[in-house]
Design a protein around this ligand. Structure first.
Ligand code: AMP
Ligand code: MG
Length: 312
């Protein structure tokens, strides 16, 4: 039965995966409105509930062992639904095992360090799921679309001028490979929103008073760079989807579908890792039996020596 679900999940997420080496053109290759034949939110609800249940169980197992950690990288343009996706997908998991790290404009101190440093500092430990809400990929996205960001990083002239993006892709791939060879699985999700759906969501933020706080006029200015971002994303996918850390492009024009798909990719990763509850060795089992005898000997008169044992 569990096998059946894991096969279904694997099949469901296949169209979102960026094949390593593929030359991606976002608008041509990925449709933000794709629904995988699921017509309505309610038709996907059962699958979503199943996925959340799986995540809950696997996260518990992940937290119990101390070999593997998982890093979820979440990238998107404004209003694509990063926050809501985190909230929904992680709704069933124990907050103690999950850490969300959001990355904003870098501080002066961070600008004085190599570009991967601030991301390195906030990685998950073994047993944890770390979620990067924005990530090291901003270093080849916003920094590329607005090159004044790169100027602020004060790189030596020769490393800034030639092939700086190609070198960053390589540095990122190497870093992710290093992490994956040390027990950290990396799940990279891009929430793919259409230009028209972004327009509608911005208007919604303006028109609904409870949503006003989410609106920033900066986001509308950033929208003017839509094409530059699409190109930066396309090139980034072409160069940084690897066997050890592939990208998944999640159709995001429908929030319910994006959440379902994002949850499925994370569940798939955990199913592959298959973390196990630790089993005690013989010495530790002997210790347990010794402790049991001592506790049983302390039972007051009239109480069962061990209420969990038949006839105890
Ligand atoms: P938000 O996620 O909406 O709170 O916005 C965070 C802002 O930080 C966005 O406008 C990002 O473009 C910006 N940001 C994130 N990482 C970087 C970076 N490495 N360099 C420059 N700006 C960044
Ligand atoms: Mg924003």
């Amino acid at each position: 039965m569990a096998d059946d679900i894991s096969k279904r999940i694997a099949r469901f997420i296949e169209p979102f995966r960026v094949t390593p080496g593929m030359n991606v053109k976002l608008e041509r290759d990925f449709d933000p409105g794709f629904k995988a034949g699921i017509e309505k939110k309610k038709d996907g609800a059962h699958f979503m509930a199943e996925g959340i249940e799986l995540l809950t169980e696997y996260q518990e197992r992940l937290a119990a062992q101390d070999t593997w950690g998982v890093l979820v990288v979440l990238q998107a343009l404004d209003a694509a639904g990063k926050d809501g996706t985190i909230r929904h997908v992680m709704s069933g998991v124990n907050p103690q095992g999950v850490r969300v790290e959001s990355f904003k404009v870098p501080s002066a101190r961070e600008l004085g360090q190599d570009f991967l440093r601030r991301y390195q500092k906030r990685l998950p430990s073994r047993g944890e799921i770390g979620i990067f809400n924005r990530s090291h990929y901003e270093e080849v996205l916003v920094v590329r679309v607005h090159p004044e960001n790169l100027v602020r990083q004060n790189l030596p002239a020769e490393t800034r001028e030639d092939h700086v993006w190609a070198r960053r892709y390589e540095a990122i791939n190497d870093w992710e490979r290093y992490l994956s060879e040390n027990g950290f699985r990396i799940v990279k999700l891009f929430l793919n929103l259409s230009r028209e759906e972004q327009r509608v969501r911005f208007l919604r933020r303006i028109d609904l008073p409870d949503h006003n706080w989410k609106f920033s006029s900066h986001d509308v200015e950033e929208r003017q760079f839509w094409d530059a971002y699409q190109d930066a994303f396309s090139e980034m996918f072409s160069h940084t989807s690897t066997e050890w850390a592939p990208w998944y492009v999640i159709p995001a024009d429908r929030k319910w579908f994006a959440r379902l798909a994002a949850g499925a990719v994370i569940a798939h990763t955990l199913i592959q890792l298959d973390p196990q509850y630790p089993r005690l060795g013989d010495d530790a089992l002997d210790d347990l039996q010794q402790a049991k005898l001592r506790l049983e000997a302390e039972a007051p008169s009239g109480a069962a020596a061990d209420p969990f044992e038949q006839g105890g």
